[in-house]
Design a protein around this ligand. Structure first.
Ligand code: ATP
Ligand SMILES: Nc1nc2c(ncn2[C@@H]2O[C@H](COP(=O)(O)O)[C@@H](O)[C@H]2O)c(=O)[nH]1
Length: 195
């Protein structure tokens, strides 16, 4: 396992799917120099998704082989689909930028927290189920996919109290501003404490 250096940090965006985690992570994340670590998945890409930007899309055999070779920091299976983060990508991002961010469900967030402790800060992004459904309808998601997302809502919401930060994502500009400010604080604190 990669040992994080003093100033290195991992920011995990979690919360119910559809609450706006990716939107907030990407826009707040762009305000400071850090890299997103992209997950590997066995599911098919959606119409608006691109290889390497949203996920690394790989087959089930390749995923199993990477698991056997111990290449993942963590993996999860959700509704029959495998997802995972590779250790090499975490290490490369940290070496290059000093901090990284990821968008994970609660199980992935929890594993990283247990592995890296105080070096991991979890940003819990949430919205009400009705708000999520209306955003996903507007995005054009199928009824089936929306129902699957909503079926995990309560389970994901239970994790809110364990995260270092929680934001109800109503006005996205406000959420981006608040998250970016907190990210900046962490970086400043790291630099001031250790220089
Ligand atoms: N504050 C907001 N107000 C209105 N729409 C928003 C807001 N935040 C995000 N959205 C929209 O909601 C949809 C879901 O956002 P996003 O993809 O960021 O969510 P997510 O939690 O990462 O879920 P998923 O994994 O399904 O993409 C997108 O169409 C996004 O543009
Ligand atoms: N624990 C992990 N969770 C992950 C990973 N990659 C994505 N996810 C989360 O899975 C669900 C479903 O994603 P979808 O794109 O198929 O809708 C969502 O909460 C993702 O954030 C991962 O590597 N590990």
């Amino acid at each position: 396992m990669y040992e994080l250096k003093d100033k290195e940090m991992i920011f995990v965006f979690t919360g119910p799917t559809g609450a706006g985690r990716k939107t907030i992570a990407e826009l707040a994340g762009a305000t400071i120099p850090m890299k997103q670590v992209i997950s590997y998945t066995t599911r098919e890409p959606r119409a608006n998704e691109a290889e390497g930007r949203d996920y690394h899309f790989i087959g089930a055999d390749e995923f199993q082989s990477a698991m056997r070779n111990d290449e993942f920091v963590e993996t999860v299976e959700i509704d029959g689909v495998h997802y995972g983060i590779k250790s090499a990508d975490v290490e490369a991002g940290l070496r290059q930028y000093g901090c990284i961010y990821l968008v994970l469900n609660r199980y992935g967030a929890d594993i990283l927290k247990k592995l890296y402790g105080d070096k991991v800060k979890r940003f819990f992004i949430y919205a009400s189920p009705d708000t999520i459904v209306s955003r996903l309808v507007e995005r054009g998601d199928s009824r089936d996919r929306i129902d699957r997302y909503v079926s995990h809502y309560d389970e994901e919401m239970e994790y809110r109290g364990e995260c270092e930060h929680a934001y109800e994502n109503l006005d996205s500009s406000r959420t981006i501003y608040d998250v970016a400010k907190e990210l900046e604080n962490y970086l400043q604190r790291g630099l001031l404490e250790l220089d």
